[in-house]
Design a protein around this ligand. Structure first.
Ligand code: FE2
Length: 424
């Protein structure tokens, strides 16, 4: 007798038609034709059963604030930062909690099981930190929420940001963030990387910096991030988010840089929808894409996870917590169109991002947590193509969200009346 048995599942690794038995919130068996009694049986009917989607880069303190106090007219990153600065003094802790929890409802329905959210510490009241620590606790049975202390206005450029960063970490924020390209000078940016990595090393924490989110090919703070990671023995625990300037860098310099990043075992978090939307705004034609060198970083051995970054906030008016949208955008902008590359894009929003976040017991394997999404698709490529419906979302062996399948009903002679669009 087990709690839950999922029948006839296709798995992302290519296994088809297997059953998954779950007991006590864990996967206890995966094989074809399991006959054990179960408290609940779900027939996956040959659909893809994936581990939950993982969003490794988000701003939950800003989400769903679109239009407050006004819209971003230019559409640029810098107007977004200015607009966010106008909103911060207007919002309360309760408002941030309410918006974040509303976002969590959407995220759960879309099969997201873990989120790394940056939280702005450039607010002397630390309202965002207070709010998201509360949300992290409230939502823990549904979403693994990691928080990054993010000095949005620059840890040196804003006179109280360093103190606030330390206070946020003392309050329980998990990860050290930064924004070196927004400091006043290149040297201040580099010094901020050093100072923040030293704080992480002293406290035994991970690092995740907004790094070189710019079209400026001379924005090379990732070089310092790799150096400090290696110097301080932080290999594998440091992520560079965005890294968009690498798109515009000189190829010869990049040929030196990427091996240094690989040596530091840097994790890489591009945010394709936001990068393609915000970067290249100063260009006429040709317009740069503003996505970092995804293929080259992957091929050098680095772990790449695609993040969503924004949804309905000062930087981005769209989004729907759909990590398959994120994968699709990364696939297109990165021209990752081979079968192997497209399947890998699915990994960027599942297991790669789980690895970057250091999630324990993640995956469809015996002894892992019984956390799944049943998608209305047969395999990862089809899931991306269709941005497949999340039929059932399971957390620790319990169903926490369901969405009806897409079904077309056209009454024509000699044709079935009901067609699953994923059957082609
Ligand atoms: Fe971000």
């Amino acid at each position: 007798m087990v709690d839950l048995l999922i029948k006839n599942a296709n798995l992302p690794d290519g296994q088809n038609g297997v059953d998954i038995a779950c007991q006590g919130g864990k996967i206890v068996a995966i094989e074809a034709g399991i006959t054990v009694q179960a408290g609940q049986v779900i027939d996956a009917a040959g659909h893809l059963v994936s581990p939950p989607f993982v969003d490794p880069h988000f701003h939950m303190d800003a989400t769903l604030s679109l239009g407050r106090p006004r819209m971003n007219v230019s559409g640029t990153l810098l107007e977004g930062i200015a607009l966010w600065g106008e909103l911060k003094p207007l919002q309360s802790v309760d408002e941030i909690i309410e918006r974040a929890l509303r976002y969590c409802d959407i995220a759960v329905s879309m099969g997201i099981g873990a989120i790394r959210s940056h939280v702005d510490v450039c607010d002397d009241e630390l309202k965002g930190v207070t709010a998201l620590l509360e949300v992290r606790e409230q939502i823990k049975d549904y979403i693994d929420l990691q928080l990054v202390a993010f000095p949005q206005d620059g840890v040196f450029r804003d006179p109280t940001a360093m103190g606030n960063t330390l206070r946020a970490l003392d309050m329980g924020v998990d990860i050290v963030g930064g924004i070196p390209h927004f400091e006043r000078t290149m040297s201040a940016g580099a010094q901020s990387v050093t100072a923040l990595c030293e704080i992480a090393a002293e406290r035994g924490l991970m690092v995740d910096m907004h790094c070189d989110e710019s079209d400026d090919p001379h924005s090379r703070h990732v070089e310092t991030l790799a150096y400090e990671t290696t110097r301080l023995g932080l290999q594998g625990r440091v992520a560079g988010s965005h890294l968009t300037s690498m798109h515009s860098m000189d190829n010869y310099y990049v040929s030196k840089l990427i091996p240094l990043m690989a040596e530091a075992e840097l994790n890489v978090i591009p945010n394709p929808p936001i990068n393609i939307m915000l970067q290249g705004r100063h260009d006429t034609y040709p317009k740069r894409r503003g996505l970092t060198r995804v293929r080259e970083l992957r091929d050098a051995g680095m772990c790449v996870g695609f993040g969503q970054d924004c949804m309905m906030d000062p930087w981005y008016s769209l989004g729907r917590a759909d990590m398959l949208d994120v994968a699709l955008m990364g696939l297109h902008v990165g021209q990752l169109s081979s079968r192997a590359d497209m399947t890998w894009c699915f990994d960027t929003v599942t297991k790669n991002s789980a690895k970057i976040m250091g999630l324990q017991d993640y995956g469809i394997a015996k002894s892992c947590d019984a956390n799944f999404v049943i998608l209305q698709a047969k395999d990862p490529i089809e899931a991306i193509r269709l941005r497949a419906t999340r039929l059932t979302v399971v957390r620790k062996g319990k169903v926490i969200a369901q969405t009806p399948p897409s079904v077309t009903q056209i009454d024509l002679p000699n044709r079935p009346q009901s067609v699953d669009p994923s059957e082609n």
